[in-house]
Write a protein that binds this ligand. Structure first.
Ligand code: ZN
Length: 487
């Protein structure tokens, strides 16, 4: 009996109200009709969102104000909706390359504009709340898809000194609103794990601390309870994929200062999800989380949530890599040994940051049994060698295209030299291209080395790895990814 009661106590905090879950299920079902169709990928810019924002000016219950401008004079808007006494303030993309929540804010505008079976909910939040949105706080960073503003200052370390126009503006708007609730919307690395599990963190939450001692002030306690509610409900859609962001106090950051100044502040970080490079599922999870939060605030149900749920959310940990090749035989320095190889693929800006390509490198070598890969191969019984550069240079891309790649890999090559210089940094051809001379490269598998390998069983090539992407040697095509052109 005692055991049963204990079990009940353990389970109880995770019980969600059926009504809340039904609400979220309807939101989830209707989502596609409210998804802002003019924003389909992460690399949208200020010029893409400006017409959508200004089109809200004549919409019922919306007020659109130009709050200020960025260092490069791009308008930063403050959009408000609702007529209630409780003020909720949301700001996104103070880091220019963290756009996921901005996409969700536009979906929320479409939801708020519409009428459907959830009209009661709209009426509820309209009566109880006034919601203020500041999407894309750092439009200059977004323009070149970089974290910092054009002074190369991290706006989220400028809350006290206020030397960036964007940081100063955010603080001024905060001061003028003195909101009851604040949502600080960011993206984090796609490679955090939920605790030491194999699950990538899709969303992480934090009620930022107000001091180094991590005290729980009454304001922070409310933020913690609200996160408990969001966590329980959103876990239904992405079970095991939600974590807690590091709760170290950062005296220069906005969230920590806002919490200290009396606004119940919640940080939401968009992370990663398998096969969602454009973060469209994560965008939807932001949409659901925020609309749920509005409901919980309007109905004051967050007050009844158990702060213990928040305390038990696992932290972001670093147990995920993009690709892990396991149990390979490798001959080096007169030894033969067994290795796992972890590879990460970094996104590089291309074409005025309108798109990107991947540049991959070896992240770790050895026993990687405690790590997990978004993509994993168990290659037991196979041998790995580093891909070599073909000695004879090519005069044109067309010549390279005509290569018999299966034979080329069979001889141990993954790279070629091209005599003519081009303008791009990557290719969809399944071979890396060096201009003029082969790069001076070590042929050893080591940390930070480029990830170009040939993997054989006995004498037969089973896989070829080009720039960190595993290809079938007889049909070498990139589904995602690319080879590099090295200038
Ligand atoms: Zn950020």
């Amino acid at each position: 009996m005692l055991k049963f009661i204990l079990k009940l106590i353990l389970i109880f905090p995770m019980i969600t109200s059926a009504q809340d879950l039904d609400f979220l299920k309807s939101l989830n079902q209707q989502y596609d009709s409210y998804r802002e169709k003019d924003i389909n990928h992460r690399r949208f810019k200020h010029s893409d969102i400006k017409p959508i924002i200004t089109s809200l000016e004549d919409k019922k219950f919306f007020t659109v104000k130009k709050a200020g401008v960025s260092a490069e004079k791009r308008e930063i808007y403050l959009i408000s909706w609702g007529e209630g006494p409780v003020k909720v303030f949301l700001w996104s993309q103070m880091h220019g390359d963290e756009p996921t929540a901005t996409m969700a804010l536009f979906d929320i505008f479409n939801f708020l504009k519409a009428a459907d079976s959830l009209n009661d909910f709209r009426k509820l939040i309209q009566d109880k709340l006034t919601i203020y949105f500041m999407p894309m706080v750092n439009p200059d960073g977004a323009e070149v898809y970089q974290r910092r503003n054009i002074f190369d200052i991290d706006i989220n370390r400028d809350a006290v000194r206020k030397q960036t126009p964007e940081g100063e503006l955010l603080m001024n708007v905060f001061d003028s609103l003195k909101a009851d609730f604040g949502f600080n919307l960011h993206d984090q690395s796609t490679r955090y794990s939920v605790g030491n599990s194999s699950k990538p963190v899709t969303l992480s939450f934090l009620a930022p601390t107000v001091d180094y001692e991590k005290s729980v002030s009454p304001v922070r306690e409310d933020a913690i309870k609200l996160i408990s509610g969001i966590y329980k409900n959103i876990s239904h859609f992405i079970p095991g994929h939600i974590a807690k962001y590091t709760d170290d106090f950062e005296p220069r950051a906005f969230g920590d200062n806002f919490q200290k100044m009396g606004t119940r502040t919640i940080l939401i970080e968009s992370g990663g999800y398998k096969d969602d490079p454009e973060k469209q599922l994560i965008r939807k999870m932001n949409y659901l989380s925020l609309l749920y939060a509005f409901k919980s605030i309007a109905e004051k149900t967050y007050k009844n949530e158990d702060p213990g749920v928040y305390e038990k959310i696992p932290f972001n940990e670093e147990f995920i890599m993009d690709l892990i090749l396991r149990n390979l035989k490798y001959k080096n320095a007169g030894y033969e040994y067994l290795i796992d190889i972890g590879i990460n693929r970094e996104e590089e800006n291309n074409n005025d940051a309108k798109d990107f390509y991947y540049k991959s490198a070896v992240e770790d070598v050895g026993d990687l049994s405690v790590f997990y890969g978004y993509e994993e191969y168990d290659l037991k019984g196979m041998e790995i060698t580093v891909g070599k550069t073909y000695p004879k240079p090519f005069n044109s891309l067309q010549e390279i295209e005509k290569l018999n790649f299966a034979e080329f890999y069979q001889e141990g090559y993954t790279n070629v030299v091209l005599t003519k210089k081009g303008s791009t940094s990557f290719t969809k051809l399944p071979v890396n291209i060096f201009y003029k001379t082969a790069e001076d490269e070590s042929l050893n598998i080591k940390l930070e080395a480029k990830a170009n390998f040939i993997i054989k069983k006995d004498k037969e090539i089973k896989f070829v790895v080009i720039n960190g992407f595993v290809l079938n040697p007889s049909k070498p095509q990139f589904k995602t990814g690319n080879a590099l052109i090295v200038k």
